[in-house]
Design a protein around this ligand. Structure first.
Ligand SMILES: N[C@@H](CCC(=O)N[C@@H](CS)C(=O)NCC(=O)O)C(=O)O
Length: 205
């Protein structure tokens, strides 16, 4: 059985939710991060989650690859869209935006300023600028979510599963999410999904 390597509360949460949402026959393997003895180092040389190991031993990394790959395991495009459709391109566009602009462009310097400058005296300035980048992204996302809880069309897709990761992180910032009614609504609906509740329970156990 393929194995999906995830870590509690990490950006792998969206892939975890998609695997459960589609009831795919995949073993979810929870690993610790940032410890040299974590099994993830034998799977992904970067030591990062998510990583999907197939039955033949091949490993797929990066949310932007794993999310579509999981969705393509079903034939009915339940969480994605047909090849060549503009809907599919829009879903991929949001995944690209979340992965590059919000995760690596904003959350990473906010959470790990030491990866940008070793001098700890500079870290508050890096975090402050990163916080501005996070809020810029929230404003952009809010515009998209004004008319409904989903990023593309009228249904939950892999882009929304991935967005849920970041809404979860943002929900821990004091009162920030409540300033964005569209995002707040999307997060409320996300957390009500059985797949999300099952994934949370598994990760927190
Ligand atoms: N670009 C990667 C980023 C993956 C990533 O940064 N994962 C974090 C968890 S949110 C991680 O495993 N960090 C451990 C480390 O960097 O040592 C993706 O989207 O899959």
């Amino acid at each position: 059985m393929p194995k999906l390597f995830i870590a509690a509360g990490a950006c792998s949460f969206g892939t975890h939710v998609v695997a459960r949402e589609l009831q795919l026959p995949i073993e979810i393997v929870k690993v610790p991060l940032r410890t040299p003895d974590s099994p993830i180092h034998h799977i992904n040389p970067l030591g990062r989650v998510p990583a999907l190991q197939l039955d033949n031993g091949e490993v797929i990394t990066e949310n932007s690859a794993i999310l579509p790959f999981l969705a393509d395991q079903t034939s009915d495009h339940q969480l994605f869209a047909p090849v060549g459709s503009s809907e599919r391109a829009k879903i991929q566009s949001w995944i690209g935006y979340l992965s590059s602009e919000l995760h690596v462009g904003a959350f990473r310097p906010f959470n790990r300023p030491e990866r940008y400058l070793a001098d700890s005296e500079q870290h508050p300035a890096i975090k402050a600028q990163a916080r501005t980048q996070i809020e810029n992204a929230l404003q952009h996302l809010e515009k998209q979510l004004q008319d409904g809880p989903y990023l593309v069309g009228q249904r939950f897709t892999i882009a929304d599963a991935y967005l849920g990761v970041f809404l979860g992180w943002i929900s821990r910032f004091n009162d920030l999410l409540s300033q964005y009614p569209g995002l707040q609504r999307a997060y409320t609906q996300f957390t009500q999904r059985p797949s999300v509740q099952q994934s949370l329970a598994f990760e927190q156990a």
